[in-house]
Ligand binder design. Structure first.
Ligand code: CUK
Ligand code: CUA
Length: 643
């Protein structure tokens, strides 16, 4: 009966839209030919975005090991952009022009060039806990760094290297008014750059949380005003900032309260066994507003690698740091939109734990503790801080909130499901099977103080038998779920072959307003200032100073000016290219054959490349972006003469 009704709905809607019986007949034929069910056709209607129509949401995805960020639209799942962040991105000249090389170089670690990144968690700038589409932040777990992406041109403008932590995972989380970008450690290590035997683990190895101070107007992290809270060598993990009633506080999960140090080669249990012996680990609860004050007084800090570290002792003394037991090896920790509840995924426990911030605060105010950990940090009673626990299934990992108050979605890694449940009344409402194995999930603006719901995205680790085979390394799979009905409805699969997309964040399209061109002619896009090499029409020239040659070049349809550059072997050549176009999307780009230099020059931008002309010869240069019917003619010759 139901199927009959649905059939007639499809029939009717297609009939109404097309007002043509022929179209209906065509549709039925296509369904038959392609083996599509009515459900498939409905799913298609929910995602299909006809040419010219735009998406409702932007999704920013971690590019995992690629070190990049990927941007796509929802519900179409069409990829819009790759943003070079921790690794070069040739199309945009990222890592090939001087301006972007400088950004990548600031991400070198102790002088070591880093050629990859393990990007994990992107997050937007926030005001009152709501997403603001000005900036995106993302962390690199392997090489503990945080990057800032300016969403006015979708370019990376800063990378900072963590001065004391060796790997970070619980980042980059943003405090409700983007005061700080928070990045928590993963694998404990000594803060100093020195050798410390593993036997000194408890004494010398440390975890921590770095609070990167963000200057909103400048769009930059201020390294001098940033600091780290020293934490015990429990492996810190995912984190979230409080908001609303929990404003000023932040929460960081951990595993390895055992402080186990491995040694499988010596016949000891491997890390994974030793690290999950205890029934509980600790959620770290800390007051970043108080820590900010503490960090200003040298009494409370140690300076390590030129960076302020607030000691555990000082934080405890000031009442800024507490621990609460949580079921062992938890994973996601997500604060509810009103800031009242903190939902923790059990991972090794089938339960999800819902903590009540007001209960936590009451115990803290009354100084009611059940003990201290070996580092003197007060421990709160787990039962007294819990609102409750709910059994969801195997491997609860991450959470994302719905627009309806009290409703949350949780990913189950082992069961490969998303569960929709009521975290106030502790009731399961619905579950949907997704493909194997889901890690993060996201609902639209689902971690902000005003979630929109509507769509969900499952980020699946495997894609076995799902797509055309491409060799032993399979793509990862983003699945789109319609959350608008009573039942969750899985409607689309999108494979991604870029890297492991740990996490995505989504934002309503109306909140992102990128520039169409650079307003100030000759803008250095990485600083926002007018470039020292900005060149207007008529100012094109070649200047020589000793063996340094500077070329001030312009690009406009369809020529580069100058078209001949002659230098001497051994010269250091810098070419500044300014795109004089005012028309939208009239990007020119500049590449020289055989010299590993490339720049994308969008309208109004100045980019520069520098190289040593150390081989005699003839090197054609050209605009690499197909910009007009005479694009191929947009070229010139660099000749290098030995004399
Ligand atoms: S983590 Cu990947 S599934 Cu590194 Cu955010 Cu949970
Ligand atoms: Cu300019 Cu091609």
């Amino acid at each position: 009966m139901l199927s009959k009704i649905r059939k007639s709905i499809v029939f009717l809607s297609v009939f109404l839209i097309s007002s043509s019986f022929a179209a209906t007949k065509d549709l039925q034929q296509i369904m038959k030919d392609r083996g599509l069910t009515e459900r498939d056709v409905l799913a298609a209607a929910k995602t299909y975005t006809p040419t010219g129509m735009k998406d409702e949401y932007y999704v920013f995805s971690s590019g995992g090991q690629s070190g990049q960020v990927l941007v796509y639209g929802v519900p179409s799942m069409r990829i819009l952009k790759y943003i070079g962040v921790f690794t070069p991105e040739p199309w945009q000249g990222y890592g090939f022009d001087n301006e972007s090389k400088k950004i990548l170089e600031s991400g070198y670690i102790r002088g070591q060039e880093i050629k990859w990144g393990d990007t994990h968690h992107p997050n937007f700038s926030e005001k009152n806990g709501e997403y603001v589409g000005d900036y995106l932040f993302i962390n690199d777990k392997a090489n503990p760094r945080v990057a800032v992406i300016n969403l006015h041109d979708f370019e990376t403008t800063q990378i900072v290297v963590n001065p004391v932590l060796r790997s970070t995972h619980g980042g980059s989380f943003v405090t409700p008014n983007t005061e700080y970008i928070v990045d928590a450690a993963q694998y404990a290590a000594p803060f100093e750059n020195e050798w410390v035997p593993i036997e000194a683990y408890e004494e010398k190895y440390r975890g921590g949380v770095t609070l990167w101070k963000f200057d909103y107007d400048k769009g930059k992290i201020n390294e001098k005003d940033s600091f780290t809270l020293e934490l015990p060598p429990y492996m810190q993990d995912l984190s979230d900032a409080g908001k609303g009633v929990s404003m000023g506080w932040a929460f960081t999960n951990s595993f390895n309260s055992e402080m186990y140090t491995g040694g499988i080669e010596k016949g000891l249990p491997p890390f994974e066994a030793g690290m999950s012996r205890h029934d509980t680990d600790y959620m770290h609860v800390y007051n970043w507003q108080l820590l900010e004050k503490l960090a200003k007084n040298p009494k409370n800090t140690k300076i390590i690698n030129n960076h302020r570290v607030v000691t555990i002792e000082a934080a405890v003394k000031a009442g800024a740091l507490f621990l609460i037991p949580e079921p062992k090896s938890p994973h996601g920790v997500d604060v509810s939109p009103d800031g009242k509840y903190i939902v923790v995924g059990g991972k090794l426990d089938t339960h999800v734990s819902v903590y009540d911030f007001e209960k936590i605060k009451k115990l803290i105010d009354k100084k009611e503790f059940v003990g201290k950990d070996p580092f003197g940090i007060p421990i709160l009673d787990m039962k007294k801080t819990l609102h409750g626990q709910l059994e969801l299934g195997l491997g609860p990992l991450h959470n994302s909130y719905d627009k309806e108050e009290g409703i949350i979605y949780t990913s189950l890694y082992v069961d490969s499901q998303i569960v929709k449940w009521d975290y106030k009344n502790l009731k399961v409402l619905d579950r949907v099977n997704v493909h194997y194995n889901i890690g993060h999930l996201d609902t639209m603006e689902g971690k902000s103080s005003k979630p929109k719901g509507e769509y969900g995205i499952a980020l699946n680790k495997l894609s076995i038998d799902r797509f055309l085979p491409v060799g032993p390394l399979h793509p990862q799979n983003h699945q789109l779920i319609d959350l608008q009905g009573d039942k969750m409805d899985l409607i689309y699969d999108m494979p991604i072959g870029l890297g492991e997309p740990h996490d995505v964040v989504s934002i309503h399209a109306s909140k992102i307003n990128p520039s169409k061109t650079y307003d100030k002619m000759g803008t250095n896009s990485r600083t926002g200032e007018v470039h020292e090499g900005a060149t207007l029409a008529g100012q094109e020239r070649i200047e020589r100073d000793g063996n340094k040659v500077k070329v001030y070049m312009t690009a406009i349809r369809s020529h580069l000016n100058p078209e001949h550059i002659t230098v001497k072997k051994g010269d250091e050549v810098t070419i500044y290219v300014t795109n004089l176009e005012r028309a939208t999307d009239e990007t020119h780009a500049f590449g020289v054959s055989g010299l590993n230099v490339h720049a994308s020059v969008e309208p109004g931008k100045t980019s520069s490349v520098t190289f040593k002309a150390d081989q005699e010869g003839v090197f054609p240069y050209y605009c690499t972006e197909f910009c007009s019917a005479l694009h191929l003619e947009m070229m010139g010759y660099l000749t290098v003469k030995d004399d």
